[in-house]
Design a protein around this ligand. Structure first.
Ligand SMILES: Nc1ncnc2c1ncn2[C@@H]1O[C@H](COP(=O)(O)OP(=O)(O)OP(=O)(O)O)[C@@H](O)[C@H]1O
Ligand SMILES: [Mg+2]
Length: 380
């Protein structure tokens, strides 16, 4: 018989000890679920909140095997992981969520896009190349994406002319139509092992123009109900096609014609769901834990309008971090900062976020901008 969940013998394992892992631990602490975390170094944000921290490389086969064999259920907080080890752990009877199958489908963008095509899920037109083709007859501008290894917009580039193709890495990639979108939206879908499924409300993502990183997340998105319903329905379709367990964050484009296209997914808690800690009945991290432990899902409704602003390292600062302006933002109503606990700041590194709640979403958006302009993440 498997170990009872709410018992001193049960152990959840999380691969990766970043801020997403740290915020999952708020729930495992609340429910006193024994949790082991593995990451490369002990200065990982999730170091303090777990029961046992393992120093190890989550890309290393042996390290992941050894870690996984010590837990009852294994989950992840980042998808760059040794998937072969996850597959072998599953074969040994360890519950791994999301599964190696789903991670394999998602972690390579060429495979991910092909999956949408095969399953009738709307997505921007694309072609797969083993390496960049300098003599393409594709119309400029278009989007280049590295098939593997990109994150936070680093594996994505707008190609405006043939010169832009010159410095691309010689590796598998996709060329994709550039979508002149109206808005970028996201929907988080939660699915537990038994197949119970729920979606969170549609959020709007506003991007930083230079860093290609999300700057504000706004919930609810300021769109018509019909478009919101369509976005949630497509996110459900994606989730059902993958049959994933855990959270699946579905990033979407709303085109100028009112169509919804799937950009990409992340099989874990996501930046677009951080607002749920203050803005929802059940926050996304608790929901992820419920999914992987196969508990009943929590209510995904919002309790109030919420805007999240990312706190990223100032572009001119590298070194030991200080957060300037915390007192000023803490005086504002409905403002909750989260600091991830990374010792070193770097330009545009995700160091924390702030949630601003208000019954009036436009007022929250305005206050979020004030927060953004008041707090600075700099080096000592
Ligand atoms: N086909 C496209 N047309 C227009 N803009 C695009 C397209 N694909 C991507 N982008 C822009 O680039 C951003 C990053 O792309 P994508 O989400 O695929 O990359 P990523 O590296 O996985 O980023 P992240 O980790 O931040 O989600 C998108 O959010 C969007 O702003
Ligand atoms: Mg993205």
């Amino acid at each position: 018989m498997s170990t009872p969940l709410f018992s001193s013998a049960f152990t959840l394992g999380i691969l990766g000890g970043g801020q997403l892992g740290k915020m999952m631990l708020y729930t495992t602490r609340k429910w006193d679920i024994g949790t082991f975390v593995m990451d490369k170094t002990e200065d990982a944000p999730a170091f303090q909140g777990c029961d046992v921290f393992f120093e190890g490389d989550i890309m290393d086969y042996e390290a992941v095997m050894e870690f996984g064999q010590q837990v009852d259920i294994l989950t992840i907080e980042i998808e760059n992981i040794n998937v072969q080890a996850l597959q072998d752990l599953e074969d040994q009877g360890i519950a791994v969520s999301p599964s190696a199958r789903v991670l394999n489908l998602i972690r390579n963008k060429a495979r991910q896009k092909s999956f949408y095509q095969e399953n009738g899920i709307p997505t921007a037109s694309f072609e797969i190349l083993q390496q960049p083709d300098l003599n393409t007859n594709r119309e400029f501008p278009f989007i280049w994406k590295s098939a593997e290894g990109g994150y936070d917009g680093k594996g994505v580039k707008v190609i405006r002319s043939q010169e832009d193709l010159a410095d691309l890495p010689q590796q598998e990639c996709i060329y994709e139509d550039m979508i002149d979108f109206e808005l970028e939206l996201a929907v988080i879908v939660a699915r537990n092992t038994s197949g119970e499924i729920k979606t969170y409300p549609v959020v709007e993502m506003e991007f930083h123009p230079e860093a290609n990183q999300v700057e504000y997340v706004i919930c609810p998105a300021r769109i018509d109900d019909a478009i919101a319903d369509k976005a949630r329905a497509i996110a459900l379709q994606v989730s059902e096609a993958y049959e994933h367990v855990g959270l699946l964050a579905v990033e979407l484009f709303l085109t100028k014609d009112g169509d919804i296209l799937v950009n990409e997914v992340a099989p874990r808690p996501h930046n677009s769901g951080h607002y749920t800690i203050e803005g929802s009945v059940t926050d996304q991290f608790e929901q992820h834990v419920r999914c992987v432990l196969d508990l009943p899902l929590g209510n995904t409704d919002s309790t109030i309008g919420a805007v999240m602003v990312n706190l990223v390292g100032d572009e001119h600062h590298t070194g030991n971090v200080i957060y300037d302006g915390m007192n000023d933002i803490l005086q504002l109503s409905g403002v909750t900062p989260h600091i991830y606990g990374k010792a070193q700041t770097r330009p545009f590194r995700k160091m924390g976020h702030v949630t601003v709640v208000d019954q009036d979403i436009n007022a929250a958006r305005k206050r979020a901008e004030l927060v953004k302009n008041t707090i600075k993440v700099v080096a000592q």
